[in-house]
Design a binder for this molecule. Structure first.
Ligand SMILES: Cc1cc2nc3c(=O)[nH]c(=O)nc-3n(C[C@H](O)[C@H](O)[C@H](O)COP(=O)(O)OP(=O)(O)OC[C@H]3O[C@@H](n4cnc5c(N)ncnc54)[C@H](O)[C@@H]3O)c2cc1C
Length: 306
């Protein structure tokens, strides 16, 4: 389940291993979160940066070469049965003897007034999709991690100025990404700053942000045409809630071989409880999960789980 880097890699290994496998992806196009970013610089094998969409297109073509079938299905429930697991989607259900959950995460929203109202009208979580619409306009990015800082740098290709709004007094992003951002004249970092409301009107959409400095409590307004949110993620694990062990953030707990506490259910990628959420880790875990599922199906040791 899941057509991002983890699910596609699991699919490549399972199809190449001649398992009777299908990849179920909720959205019409596979690729997952990385397909929404313009530049990937840290995935090995690409000395020059590659776009997330191209990287995922290549993974998909590789999976197709090994005959991996795909279906569009948003799986909402998994029920154990004597003969395996029933995976229920809105239109179709599937019966599987083993399941690899590679459903990743969703971007978290801020939950401030105006966010819902202006969603898609100047409030977004995808710089690659919406950045080119704001050529020579002021935009803001909210967040201080890798995604926020990387996407802020990308947005300087279009925007007149990119305000990077961060609630702390230093960034969490990788040093190399921070260096790129802090050296960029178009990026204006506003430290210790939170968004308290999104401002605008029905005709123009978003026109600005209400801000507050968390140290001085000073309130201000910032005129921007778009705000890009990178404020963390929510686990896409509702379908296994109450079935497999999850951590406090709702992420799936596995052992080193990607086995959950339920024999026959494996997990890989960002939906797993782990520290480094990247393509390089997702593909490694997808490969390991497929291997463990194969061992489980053929009587190997990985049914016991964690
Ligand atoms: C803006 C941004 C920039 C990034 N830049 C980099 C970078 O430069 N380098 C890097 O290594 N990583 C980067 N990452 C992180 C990287 O995208 C993730 O680590 C990676 O995509 C995780 O892969 P995954 O397969 O686990 O999950 P995802 O890519 O999230 O894929 C999960 C898939 O599962 C599907 N799905 C969800 N629920 C269901 C369901 N119920 N049924 C069926 N399908 C479902 C989703 O639609 C999705 O396609 C970036 C992330 C973001 C947001």
């Amino acid at each position: 389940m899941g057509g991002g880097p983890a699910g596609l890699t699991a699919g490549i290994y399972a199809a190449r291993g001649r398992l009777d496998v299908i990849l179920l992806e909720a959205k019409p196009l596979t690729g997952g979160q990385i397909a929404t970013t313009d530049i990937v610089e840290n995935y090995p094998g690409f000395p020059e940066p590659v776009s997330g969409a191209e990287l995922m297109d290549r993974m998909r073509k590789q999976a197709e070469r090994f005959g991996l079938p795909f279906a569009t299905a948003d799986i909402t429930k998994i029920t154990p049965r004597d003969d395996g697991f029933l995976l229920e989607g809105a239109r179709t259900s599937y019966l599987a003897r083993a399941v690899i959950v590679a459903t990743g995460t969703e971007p978290r929203r801020l939950g401030v007034p105006g966010e819902k109202e202006f969603w898609g009208m100047g409030v977004t979580t995808c710089a690659t999709c919406d950045g080119p619409l704001y050529r020579d306009k002021p935009v803001a990015v909210v967040g201080g991690g890798d995604s926020a800082v990387k996407e802020a740098v990308y947005l300087t290709n279009f925007a007149s100025v990119v305000y990077l709004l961060h609630r702390r007094d230093r960034l969490r992003a990788e040093t190399v990404i921070q260096e790129q951002a802090l050296a960029n004249d178009k990026i204006d970092v506003r430290w210790d700053t939170v968004v308290t409301a999104m401002l605008g009107d029905a005709e123009s959409g978003l026109t600005g942000l209400a801000l507050q400095n968390v140290k001085t409590e000073e309130a201000s307004e910032l005129a921007v045409d778009c705000v890009f949110l990178y404020v963390g993620v929510l686990a896409n694990t509702d379908m296994v809630e109450g079935l497999v062990a999850l951590d406090d953030a709702g992420l799936i707990i596995t052992d080193n071989d990607m086995a959950t506490n339920v024999p026959g259910i494996f997990a890989a990628g960002d939906c797993r409880s782990k520290t480094l959420k990247q393509v390089a880790t997702a593909v490694g875990e997808g490969a390991a999960a497929a291997f463990s599922a194969q061992e489980y199906l053929t009587g190997g040791p990985y049914g016991a789980g964690c």
